[in-house]
Design a protein around this ligand. Structure first.
Ligand code: IPE
Ligand code: IPE
Ligand code: MG
Length: 243
């Protein structure tokens, strides 16, 4: 597969990726699950940079769900360490202005995340705010239902204060209080690992997304696979309920 095939096509503006299959990848190799997460983090780096190279405007990476706290504490701690390592590296690159024009955003609940991770996320968001090449949403401690709840609470507060009339609440009002406020919905959602579900990923925003599923485990996912998913997306006809 070559990048030339993508040229001239109308690429998805926003791609969401559910980075799944790390544990099974490790198990297949007789390794600890945490080794799978490490390998998955490296693939995240590659795919993120590649997305920026080919001109994708926004990518959302689902890294840790609000349900993933149910995992053994040792595994959760290992995943948090990988976030720490990545954020440290990204903040250093940012300082050296080598971050390839990536603008970072956390989508997810800060509450519940370790304080140092929140601090480093805040720094990265602030320092990368002027970058223009690609927006990167890091979905950490993210849940679609939690996000909608967040929006509903904000609107309920506004209604209580008389700032908005309940009858007048619109879909746009709900969307503008999600973590993704102001961003386009994902055009394409990719889920590897052979699971055919959203697992609470962008359930509001995915109303008209195209889906691309594959048996590939995330640590085996390559830039060719991303090309394939995009080419497949480009061959589809989106109707949004019209004809
Ligand atoms: C995805 O890989 C990473 C996270 C959910 C944090 P998994 O750890 O879910 O891998 P499998 O699904 O068990 O193979
Ligand atoms: C979804 O994967 C969450 C992330 C990839 C971060 P899970 O492995 O948690 O999903 P389920 O439990 O198989 O649905
Ligand atoms: Mg999984």
């Amino acid at each position: 597969m070559t990048r030339e095939q993508l040229e001239g096509l109308s690429l998805p503006k926003h791609i969401g990726i559910i980075m799944d299959g790390n544990g099974r990848w490790a198990k297949k190799r007789g390794l600890e699950r945490t080794e799978g997460h490490k390998a998955g983090a490296d693939v995240f780096r590659k795919i993120c940079n590649y997305g920026a190279d080919i001109g994708i405007e926004c990518m959302t990476f689902y890294a840790f769900s609000t349900e993933n706290w149910r995992r053994p504490p040792k595994e959760v701690a290992a995943i948090m360490k990988l976030f720490r390592d990545y954020l440290k590296e990204a903040n250093e690159r940012e300082k050296e202005n080598e971050q390839r024009g990536l603008q970072f955003h956390l989508i997810g609940e800060k509450k519940g995340l370790p304080a140092d991770i929140v601090r480093n996320l805040d720094t990265l968001e602030r320092d990368s705010a002027d970058k223009k090449v690609m927006r990167v949403n890091l979905a950490i401690n993210y849940g679609g239902r939690d996000e909608i709840l967040h929006s509903v609470k904000a609107l309920a507060g506004m209604a209580k204060r008389g700032e908005i009339k309940p009858d007048a609440i619109t879909e746009e009002d709900i969307a503008s209080h999600l973590f993704t406020a102001g961003q386009p919905d994902p055009d394409l959602i990719i889920r590897p690992s052979g699971e055919y579900r959203l697992s609470n990923f962008m359930i509001w925003q995915a109303a008209y997304s195209e889906f691309w599923f594959s048996d590939i485990l995330w640590p085996d996912f390559t830039t060719d696979d991303l090309d394939r998913a995009i080419l497949d997306y480009c061959s589809r006809q989106r109707r949004f309920g019209g004809v």
